[in-house]
Design a protein around this ligand. Structure first.
Ligand code: SF4
Ligand code: SF4
Length: 378
């Protein structure tokens, strides 16, 4: 790391590649300077909505006052979902929105299901949020092009839009997001207005390129999971990687805005400040050190390991549950994520192999991770 910084000091416009960050991140002195002038507010694709680049992902926040502190400081988007905290999260966001509804955009999500289930889910969302409509309703956690083009889902969302229950429609994806994003971007009907997807300094170049294609096609791109798990590490001492990680995401002009989770006032202050900060060499240093520290844990959900496990264990989803436990330190969320897995593909389906054949090109010890999941989740 010292040699990297030394070389940057030697040449002002030196281009530096950070292969150890696992990305194609390349910067120059000139682009660093441009970051300072980056707008606080961007347009959310074809929706035309003007959104400040740091929004609020409500997933693990438990105090309405924390949301309101963020709204008071310029955050004008809050994102929730019907399933978060078994519905309690939407009620909390609804509490927080009292007195703020005309200043803050709100989005929620409905899981794919039968039309009756989805209808009920949206009804419950609007009631819990205490609103007549949301600004964006998203089809939650989809993985395939087929879901993007599913005619029944489209008819359902189109009807809700016509009924005024949502202004715009989008999808969210936690895995196979490049396929999903490309499908939305290349859709001749331009049906979905937005895509919410994990994007952080550990994301592969393919994700970044797909985001660029989507933005060029007029799709609003919303970044989640900006903290790559938010693990506490000894390697950084007292330094939090939160701002550096968030800055990395919002400096990408193809991202409309990000929805980091913020659970207390300190995190709100840190997150909100990023709207007016530039990405610096110190941030690069922090991210490189943080990236190295979390390498044994951080799963990219790339799915490369899937065909190498003969038992068909859903290694990426199990790792997502582990990330919520070990990174977010949110055991309730971790357990509910793990519980959603069919037992046939959970960590309990793993263990009969004399030697684990599952291979992770990103260096995770899959057998150790599965053992850890069995210990934590039973
Ligand atoms: S365990 Fe490794 S190969 Fe499997 S999804 Fe995660 S990062 Fe990819
Ligand atoms: S030990 Fe490895 S290869 Fe065997 S079932 Fe578990 S994850 Fe799959």
């Amino acid at each position: 790391m010292a040699s990297m910084r030394d070389s940057m000091d030697r040449r002002m416009f030196l281009r530096v590649g950070f292969s150890s960050l696992g990305t194609a991140m390349v910067m120059s002195g000139a682009s660093l300077a441009q970051e300072a002038a980056a707008p606080v507010c961007r347009t959310l694709g074809r929706t035309g909505l003007k959104v400040n680049i740091v929004g609020f992902g409500s997933l693990n926040t438990s105090e309405p006052a924390v949301f309101q502190a963020a709204f008071d400081r310029g955050v004008n988007w809050v994102d929730t979902a019907r399933v978060y905290m078994d519905g309690r999260n939407e009620r909390m966001v609804g509490e927080a929105l009292k007195g703020y509804r005309d200043k803050v955009y709100v989005s929620t999500k409905v899981a794919p299901g039968s039309l009756e289930e989805m209808e009920l889910s949206v009804k419950e969302s609007l009631e819990a949020l205490g609103v007549d409509y949301v600004d964006l309703l998203q089809l939650h956690h989809i993985k395939t092009k087929d879901e993007v083009f599913n005619k029944d889902y489209r008819a359902f969302f189109a009807r809700l839009r016509k009924e005024g229950k949502t202004k715009f429609t989008g999808v969210s994806s936690h895995s196979n997001e490049v396929e999903v994003l490309d499908a939305v971007a290349s859709d001749p009907e331009k049906f979905w207005d937005t895509v919410m997807l994990p994007y952080n300094f550990k994301s592969p170049p393919a994700t970044k390129a797909s985001i660029e294609r989507a933005a060029k096609a007029g799709v609003g791109v919303i970044a989640m999971k900006t903290q790559a798990g938010g693990y506490a590490t000894k390697e950084l001492g007292d330094i939090s990687p939160h701002q550096a990680a968030l800055k990395y995401v919002v400096r990408d002009p193809n991202v409309s805005f990000a929805v980091p989770g913020m659970t207390n006032l300190k995190q709100v202050e840190e997150g909100v400040a990023v709207m007016r900060m530039q990405f610096t060499r110190a941030d690069l240093d922090i991210l490189e050190r943080y990236g190295k520290a979390i390498a044994p844990y951080y799963c990219h959900r790339c799915g490369v390991c899937r065909p190498t496990c003969p038992a068909g264990v859903d290694i990426p989803e199990i790792n997502r549950g582990l990330m919520y436990a070990e990174g977010y330190r949110d055991m309730a969320l971790a357990r509910s994520t793990y519980r959603d897995l069919p037992s046939a593909v959970s960590a309990s389906a793993c263990g009969d192999c004399a030697v684990c054949t599952a291979r992770c090109p990103n260096g995770l010890d899959v057998a150790e991770r599965m053992q850890r999941a069995r210990t934590l989740f039973g």
